[in-house]
Write a protein that binds this ligand. Structure first.
Ligand code: ADP
Ligand code: XUL
Length: 561
């Protein structure tokens, strides 16, 4: 997440000096039907959604890192290192994915001259390290070359720590000690110290990679890195993603002196000042204007004046709905509340966020093991097994979980005896029920309660799976809603881009999304759900305690699947 966005203006429609008839009609079309782009630099792929002024989706595209950029040898978009705690992604893979995505969009026929504004989001917590001199390179990109060629030498660190990393426990302890304890740190930054939070990653890199660290002139988050590419200069970190660093004082919305000092002296110089997620970042760089947006028109013999920016835009924001369950690589449960917080679209508000690491990738592993690699068979297993799974309960933490901090696979039968296996269909249901019971248990511990009128909004790749949504509805004993576009982060970004152009007139983001299609009801709880899962939740909580008391495997054998 979360999902803080960046944004800026595309140039105003350029002024045509010398035009042929065909080009004139293109201009007219461009002015008549603007589009707005929303990008999402997520864990496994780079995605884009284009919408028109009525919020209709006119184009969607994506680049899958593993299959379309195999030269980077990622699995699920990341490299899991030998200690099984360190998780990184190659920064040049993200850059190359942008080159590829823009080419795909162009080949699919989207006329870039219709683009009025764009905005984006990135996986939260991941960080990018720009080498000395990179700012200059960014400002002087040669339109004849691809971005990934131009930026080969611009990063002091080739492999960026991402949100799945759990390797900075020592730095978390150090930070909490310096801040006066976990609670005090949570008072300042909104969260106790978490391994994936960027401040702790920076502290670790400063110690383990001192030379590369010395050679760094700027540190970006994934979202501000992506914005920097489009901007041709360093984009500010926004409050929303900034609140996932253990560095931002979430009340004053400035970097916390205590946290900065404990992380690395003068870190603020490397981070730049944070900005509201709705700040205007500026015009898209001339590199994109000339190479990506208008190259074809140039070839057509047009002469354009240097693009200029008119008006103001505004950016960021996380996803645009309130209580929701995301079913992508990670799983998230969020609601408005001040506890473990991020700052959402409205920068004066706070929103609680619970993050679970073993989401889609674990479901894929169990699908491959128990359902022959087919989502159809996986869904059939859910249909064929009863609510409550005959008392079988499972915990599936392929890698060190965030909430709760446990690892390994733990299966229990109806008498709470530990068992080493379940039938394939029971295993599928144990996984799903276990994942959603965990979401509910930990959300309730944060103060969430299911009351009449509670709705669950499901987003992310797995939200297209009806049987998974049914289990979600049953476990939460609440109706589940989805939107048509499972790439909700992209869609939210595209809405932000559109909002950017009307914000000056005082229109709020919520005014803009009023026209958006309402989420549709896709699952309602089974009549016995409350009884079955009310009981099961209590057992689940007790069994989770047992799992947490088990000695953890050494880091090298961390994966117990
Ligand atoms: P991210 O944004 O983290 O890259 P997405 O929200 O795009 O993730 O979700 C991608 C995931 O969606 C894939 O890892 C895949 O497991 C899951 N997925 C796609 N289709 C289905 C399906 N029919 N049933 C269950 N999961 C699915
Ligand atoms: C949120 C988190 C994950 C990533 C996934 O705190 O760590 O949701 O942002 O993109």
């Amino acid at each position: 997440m979360c999902y803080c966005l960046f944004k800026y203006f595309t140039p105003a429609p350029p002024v045509c000096v010398c035009v042929c008839v065909r080009a004139c009609s293109m201009m007219a079309a461009a002015q008549d039907s603007p589009v707005y782009l929303g990008f999402d630099f997520s864990t496994q792929q780079l995605k884009v959604v284009a919408i028109d002024e009525n919020l209709n989706v006119v184009h969607q595209n994506n680049v899958q890192f593993d299959s379309e950029l195999p030269e980077f040898r990622t699995q699920g978009g990341v490299h899991i290192h030998g200690d099984r705690l360190t998780v990184t992604s190659p920064v040049l893979m993200w850059v190359k994915a942008l080159d590829l995505l823009l080419d795909k969009v162009k080949r699919a026929g989207l006329d870039f001259s219709r683009v009025r504004a764009l905005s984006g989001s990135g996986q939260q917590h991941g960080s990018v390290y720009w080498r000395r001199g990179a700012s200059e390179t960014l400002q002087n990109l040669d339109p004849d070359q691809d971005l990934h060629q131009l930026l080969q030498g611009s990063f002091s660190l080739r492999d960026c720590p991402v949100w799945m990393d759990s390797s900075s426990s020592q730095q978390c302890e150090d930070l909490q000690a310096a801040a006066g304890g976990a609670l005090r740190l949570a008072h300042i930054t909104g969260s106790r110290a978490y391994e994936r939070f960027t401040g702790n990653q920076i502290a670790k890199l400063r110690r383990t990679r001192p030379d590369e660290f010395q050679d760094t002139e700027r540190i970006s988050l994934v979202s501000s890195f992506a914005a920097s590419l489009f901007l041709g200069g360093y984009a500010a970190i926004d409050y929303s993603d900034g609140s996932g660093m253990n560095l931002l004082d979430i009340r004053s919305r400035t970097w916390s002196e205590i946290c900065l000092e404990a992380t690395t002296p003068h870190l603020d110089r490397l981070l730049g000042a944070p900005l509201p997620s709705t700040s205007v970042l500026g015009p898209v760089s001339s590199y994109f204007v000339w190479t990506r947006f208008l190259r074809e028109l140039q070839r057509g013999g047009l002469h354009w004046r240097q693009p200029r920016v008119s008006g103001r835009n505004e950016a960021p924001a996380g996803r645009h709905r309130v209580t929701r369950s995301s079913c992508g690589s990670s799983s998230l449960a969020r609601r408005w509340r001040v506890t473990s917080s991020v700052i959402p679209v409205d920068w004066r508000a706070f929103m609680a966020l619970l993050c679970f690491k073993n989401g889609s990738l674990t479901r894929e592993r169990i699908r491959n093991k128990c359902a022959g690699g087919s989502w159809e068979l996986f869904s059939a297993a859910l249909r064929d097994t009863p609510l409550g799974n005959n008392g079988n309960i499972g915990f599936y933490f392929d890698s060190m979980e965030i909430t709760p901090p446990a690892v390994g696979v733990h299966r229990f039968d109806s008498d709470d005896n530990k068992v080493s296996s379940l039938s394939p269909a029971e295993e599928v249901r144990a996984l799903l029920e276990g994942q959603f019971l965990s979401r509910r248990l930990h959300a309730e511990r944060l103060g969430y309660s299911i009351i009449p009128g509670t709705r669950v909004l499901a987003t992310g790749g797995a939200s297209s799976n009806q049987e998974i949504l049914q289990v979600l509805s049953d476990v939460f004993n609440a109706p589940v809603y989805t939107i048509d576009v499972s790439n909700s982060a992209c869609l939210g970004s595209a809405y932000r881009a559109l909002h950017a152009l009307v914000a000056e007139s005082g229109a709020s983001f919520f005014d803009v999304v009023k026209k958006a299609p309402e989420p549709q009801l896709v699952a309602t709880p089974h009549p016995t759900a409350q009884e079955v899962y009310g009981q099961m939740l209590k057992r689940f909580a007790r069994l989770e305690e047992r799992v947490l008391q088990e000695p953890r495997p050494l880091s090298s054998s961390n994966q117990s699947v």
